[in-house]
Design a protein around this ligand. Structure first.
Ligand code: AMP
Length: 291
């Protein structure tokens, strides 16, 4: 596996593969890799001839006062992790490579970013859309892989790809969890041992809502209340939002009649945890379509 820091070199490498008729998969990440990222890389390796992974802590998606400086980083470990998985190229640009002096174009999907994480992190999804569009233009992949742990992010990026006629399949991948149900996240490293033991409560809260829907309940206010009640059982959790929205427009729904995302964010100590369940009344376990 080679590591590339220049966008020009990365472009040349990925385009050479395409010219040879090889398919390319891209997995964009911010590094400090774990098995959740690994599952995206494995899926890409299974579906493409070549797999490119980017590790870039993207400054434009962090707001003032957020954890840009503190965000965990371990490039040597990330590189060894990706090499062991069999990734073909690691793109690890510096911020000045992605945002050179004079950079002034931003991409956003304001309607889809208005609620959920977008409401508490203004400008976050603008930064995400901008950097992911750049990465897609650099690597020109056939497929790009995203985790449903960050469900709003996937739905926004899928919309961006459709709206801007990008020639890439956007592939949603299931959330990978620790044995106790906590969604894996680089930011879990902020948890103290006590907080780490408490953290799976967020998953249990969302499962309470999912159980209600799977049992035939359709009232999404009730589903939200179940999540909030469960979170309230531990005063260390500070709920930031619990929302139930339709996956097509990310707007609140009163009843679960189509594919519905129930997503929550909560503060626990220094960490901000997010998780979600996606419920489809037609199919129960159907997963969101790509493209
Ligand atoms: P990040 O490095 O946190 O920006 O994540 C990079 C990609 O990995 C995003 O598409 C995330 O949704 C995905 N990802 C992060 N954690 C997980 C997880 N636990 N399971 C599946 N995908 C994940």
């Amino acid at each position: 596996m080679e590591t590339v820091t220049s966008a020009r070199e990365m472009k040349a490498r990925c385009r050479a593969w395409r010219a040879q008729g090889l398919s390319v998969g891209l997995v964009p990440t911010m590094g400090y890799l774990h098995r959740g990222h690994g599952s995206l890389v494995e899926r890409s390796l299974a579906e493409n001839s070549r797999t490119a992974v980017s590790v870039f802590v993207n400054p434009s998606q962090f707001g003032p006062g957020e954890d840009l400086e503190a965000y965990p980083r371990d490039p040597a470990r990330d590189s060894a992790f990706l090499k062991a998985l069999g990734a073909n190229v690691l793109f690890m640009p510096k911020a000045a490579e992605m945002y050179p002096p004079g950079f002034s174009t931003l991409v956003e999907a304001p309607a889809l970013a208005a609620r959920l994480c977008g409401a508490s992190r203004p400008g976050h999804f603008r930064g995400v859309c901008t950097v992911v569009l750049k990465l897609l233009n650099i690597a020109a992949p056939d497929r790009a892989y995203f985790g449903l742990k960050d469900a709003q992010q996937f739905f926004i990026l899928r919309r961006m790809a459709r709206d801007l006629d990008l020639d890439v399949a956007m592939v949603p991948c299931p959330t990978v969890r620790e044995d106790d149900g906590l969604a894996m996240s680089s930011r879990n490293s902020y948890l103290t041992p006590d907080e780490r033991r408490a953290a799976p409560l967020l998953r249990r809260a969302l499962l309470a809502a999912e159980g209600y829907l799977q049992g035939g309940g359709r009232d999404l206010e009730k589903a939200r209340a179940l999540v909030l009640e469960t979170l309230a059982s531990d005063p260390r959790f500070e709920a930031e939002y619990v929302e139930a929205v339709s996956t097509c427009d990310l707007q609140p729904a009163a009843e679960a009649c189509g594919e519905t995302l129930i997503a929550a964010a909560a503060r626990l100590g220094r960490a901000r945890l997010i998780d979600n369940v996606i419920f489809d009344p037609a199919g129960g376990a159907r997963r969101p379509a790509g493209r």
